[in-house]
Design a protein around this ligand. Structure first.
Ligand code: GDP
Ligand code: PGA
Ligand code: MN
Ligand code: MN
Length: 615
C-alpha cells in the first residue's frame, strides 16, 4: 500500500483533531473530525488503519469490555450479545431529510433537514464522553474504480470499527487514495451512551432514543442510539442503498438491494444474475447456492447490494460495493448453505446474538442437532427444552467475502459483471408462483414495483405481515418511491437497445401447502429455477402465457432426482386468477399513495393485468 500523505500533515495548518499527527492532509476531513470531536467530546481519537494489529487491538479491547466473547472453536472469531432492544433495523426511526417532503415520498419518514440537524446536534453534544472516537475511512466498491466511492465513518463503537474491517475496504489504503481533497460521504455514528468519569460501561451500550437520518442533499448520514449492524455500519444500508440510490437517480445508475451471482451452464456458457429479495428472504443463500443439478456452477459476487450501471457495450453491469457478508444466522447450515458455513469456518468472523455451545462453538436454530446445553443470545443457560430460541431470529454472522470458497474472480472488478437476468422475489405463503417471466422491461418494473412480502425479523415490528416492498427496497429508497419507479423506467429507455436489457423474473421460494409446509424444497434446488431462467434466455424453455407473465409448464422445470410430488410442483407453479384478483385492490391502493407522481405506464400495466385476469 502507498505511504499516506499523513506523515507530513503536522506542518500544514490543519485544524485540531485531538491528534498532533493526523494521517491525512485532507482539509475537509480534518475540519469535520475536529468539529465532531468538539461536539461529541470523546476522550480520544483513533484513526483506523485497517491493519491486522488494529483488528487484534479492537477485538482484544472488546473482549476486555465484555462486548465480545471469544468463540474458541473457530479461529479469530467472536460473539457479541446486544442489548435485547437493539437487535434489528429500526424502520420507524429511519428518516430521509430532504428539503422538500415530497422528495422523501409517502414511504419514508421525513423531517426537515435543519430541524433534524438541530435535534440530533443536541443528542450528539457530549455523547462520546468517556469513549474513543474511531475515524474509519472506507471505500464502497473497488479502490481501483475510476471514481472510488469514499466514505468516512466517525463512531464511538469499537464493535462498529471492527465490523467495518470486515464489511468494507478501509484504513490507510483508502486515506492514501482519497488524497487531500476527494469527496466522501460523511457518516456520523454514536451509540448515545456517554460515560461519566469512573462510570462502569455496559457490554452493549446504546440508547432508547434512536435516529437513523439521511441527508441526501448533502450526501450525509447521522446515526444515533443503536449499535446493530444495519443501523450502525453506515457504509451498508445507509450509504450503499439510501444515499447511493439518490446519487443514482441524479447520475443515471441504480443502487439496489440485490445479490449478484455468476452461473455457468453445463455447456460452459456464463450468465450473471442479480436477485432483489427483502431482508431475510434468501439473497445470501441464493448468492452462494450449491446447485443440485449436475454440470451447473454458481459463483458468488455479492449477497446484499448491487450497483448497476450501463457499460460501454450498452449492457447493464452490476458490482458489489461491500467486502464482507452480514448474513442471517438461523437456518444456515451445511445442508442449506454449505458455502456460508465454509466461509465462516475459516474464522475472522463476528457473530451477533447467536448461542455459544459448551465446546466453545456457535450454534443457532436450523444448524443440525441442537446441543444438550448452550448459553443463549441473552447469556442465559439454554437447553432444547427451553421455551425460547437460543439465537435471535435476526442473529447474524459478519465474515470476509474473500473467505467464500465460491467467490467469483470478478468480485473486485470495478466494472462489475454484465447482467443477463434480474430476479425479484418475496416471501409469500400464497398467490405468487415459483417463477414468472416479465413480458418486457416495463412489465418487469411493474413486477418490482408491486413486489410483496411477509415482514421478517430483520426489522423491528410484527413478523409475517404482507406488505408491498418495491424492488425489495421499501426501507432503502433514499427518495420518493414513485420517482424511483420512474427512474427504473428511464433506465429502460436509456438502453441503446431493449434486447441488451436483462430479462426480469419474479420468484417465490416460500409458497406453502394447505398443511403449512413449503411446497418447493428451495436452497440448492433453486438451481432448477435458474436453469429454467437460462433456458428462457436461450429461447429454448417451454412457458405458458398467464395473466401475470410467462410461467413454466410443469415439464419445463428439471425435476430429475428431485423428491417432489407432481401435485406439489403444480401447486408451487400455479397461477390462480382468483388469488390474483385479491391482489388488485391492494395494488390499486398502493399505487394511489403516490398520486400523480406515479408513472402512468404502471397504471396501464395494472389495467392490462386486470383485463387479462377478467378475460
Ligand atoms: P437474505 O437476508 O435475503 O440474505 O436471506 P438469507 O439467504 O439469509 O435467508 C433468510 C432465511 O430464509 C434463512 O433462515 C434461510 O435459511 C431461509 N431461506 C433462504 N433461502 C430459502 C429457500 O430457498 N427456501 C426456504 N424455505 N428458506 C430459505
Ligand atoms: P439481509 O441484510 O438483506 O441479508 O437481511 C440486512 C438487512 O437487510 O437488514
Ligand atoms: Mn439486506
Ligand atoms: Mn443476506
Amino acid at each position: 500500500a502507498a505511504e499516506p500523505a499523513a506523515k507530513h500533515a503536522a506542518d500544514t495548518a490543519a485544524p485540531s483533531t485531538g491528534l498532533t499527527d493526523p494521517p491525512t492532509r485532507h482539509h475537509r476531513l480534518l475540519a469535520w473530525v475536529g468539529e465532531v470531536a468538539e461536539l461529541t467530546d470523546p476522550d480520544r481519537i483513533v484513526w483506523c488503519d485497517g491493519s491486522r494489529a488494529e483488528w487484534e487491538r479492537l477485538t482484544g479491547e472488546l473482549v476486555a469490555f465484555g462486548t465480545l466473547v471469544p468463540v474458541p472453536a473457530k479461529p479469530d472469531s467472536f460473539l457479541a450479545r446486544t442489548d435485547p432492544g437493539d437487535v434489528a433495523r429500526v424502520e420507524e426511526r429511519t428518516f430521509i431529510c430532504s428539503e422538500d417532503p415530497e422528495d422523501a415520498g409517502p414511504t419514508n419518514n421525513w423531517t426537515a433537514p435543519d430541524y433534524m440537524r438541530e435535534t440530533m446536534t443536541g443528542l450528539y453534544r457530549g455523547s462520546m464522553r468517556g469513549r474513543t472516537m474511531y475515524v474509519v475511512p472506507f471505500c464502497m466498491g473497488s479502490l481501483d474504480a475510476e471514481a472510488p466511492m469514499f466514505g468516512v465513518e466517525l463512531t464511538d463503537s469499537a464493535y462498529v470499527a471492527a465490523s467495518m474491517h470486515i464489511m468494507t475496504r478501509m484504513g490507510t489504503e483508502v486515506l492514501a487514495k482519497m488524497g487531500p481533497d476527494a469527496d466522501f460521504v460523511k457518516c456520523l455514528h454514536s451509540v448515545g451512551a456517554p460515560l461519566a468519569p469512573g462510570q462502569a460501561d455496559v457490554p452493549w451500550p446504546c440508547n432508547e432514543t434512536k435516529y437513523i437520518s439521511h441527508f441526501p442533499g448533502d450526501r450525509e448520514i447521522w446515526s444515533y442510539g443503536s449499535g446493530y449492524g444495519g443501523n450502525s455500519l453506515l457504509g451498508k444500508k445507509c450509504y450503499a442503498l439510501r444515499i447511493a440510490s439518490a446519487m443514482g437517480r441524479d447520475e443515471g445508475w441504480l443502487a439496489e438491494h440485490m445479490l449478484i451471482l455468476r452461473l455457468t451452464s453445463p455447456q460452459g456458457k456464463v450468465y450473471h444474475v442479480t436477485g432483489a429479495f427483502p431482508s431475510a428472504c434468501g439473497k445470501t443463500n441464493l448468492a452462494m447456492l450449491e446447485p443440485t443439478i449436475p454440470g451447473w456452477k454458481v459463483e458468488t459476487l455479492g449477497d446484499d447490494i448491487a450497483w448497476l450501471r450501463f457499460g460501454e457495450d450498452g449492457r447493464l453491469w452490476a458490482s458489489n460495493p461491500e467486502y464482507g457478508f452480514f448474513g442471517v444466522a438461523p437456518g444456515t447450515d451445511y445442508r442449506t448453505n454449505p458455502n456460508a458455513m465454509r466461509t465462516i469456518e475459516q474464522g475472522h468472523t463476528l457473530f451477533t446474538n447467536v448461542a455459544l455451545t459448551d465446546d466453545g462453538d456457535v450454534w443457532w436454530e436450523g444448524m443440525g442437532e441442537p446441543p444438550a446445553h448452550a448459553v443463549d443470545w441473552k447469556g442465559r443457560d439454554w437447553t432444547p427444552d427451553s421455551d425460547e430460541p437460543s439465537s435471535h431470529p435476526n442473529s447474524r454472522f459478519c465474515t470476509p467475502i474473500k473467505q467464500c470458497p465460491v467467490l467469483a474472480d470478478q468480485y473486485d472488478d470495478p466494472r462489475g459483471v454484465p447482467i443477463d437476468a434480474i430476479l425479484f422475489g418475496g416471501r409469500r405463503a400464497t398467490t405468487v408462483p415459483l417463477v414468472a417471466q416479465a413480458r418486457d422491461w416495463v412489465h418487469g418494473v411493474y413486477m418490482g414495483a408491486t413486489l410483496s412480502s411477509e415482514t421478517t425479523a430483520a426489522a423491528t415490528g410484527k413478523v409475517g405481515v404482507v406488505r408491498r416492498d418495491p424492488m425489495a427496497m421499501l426501507p432503502f429508497i433514499g427518495y420518493n418511491a414513485a420517482d424511483y419507479f420512474g427512474h427504473w423506467i428511464e433506465m429502460g429507455k436509456a438502453a441503446a437497445d431493449e434486447a441488451l436489457l436483462p430479462e426480469v423474473f419474479y420468484v417465490n421460494w416460500f409458497r406453502r401447502g394447505d398443511d403449512g409446509r413449503f411446497l418447493w424444497p428451495g436452497f440448492g434446488e433453486n438451481a432448477r429455477v435458474l436453469k429454467w431462467v437460462v433456458e428462457r434466455l436461450e429461447g429454448r424453455a417451454a412457458a405458458v402465457e398467464t395473466p401475470i407473465g410467462h410461467c413454466p409448464t410443469p415439464g419445463a422445470i428439471d425435476t430429475d432426482g428431485l423428491d417432489l410430488t407432481d401435485d406439489d410442483l403444480a401447486a408451487a407453479l400455479k397461477v390462480d386468477p382468483a388469488e390474483w384478483a385479491e391482489e388488485i385492490p391492494l395494488v390499486e391502493s398502493w399505487f394511489a399513495r403516490f398520486g400523480d407522481r406515479l408513472p402512468a405506464v404502471l397504471w396501464a400495466e395494472l389495467d392490462a393485468l386486470k383485463q387479462r385476469l377478467e378475460g
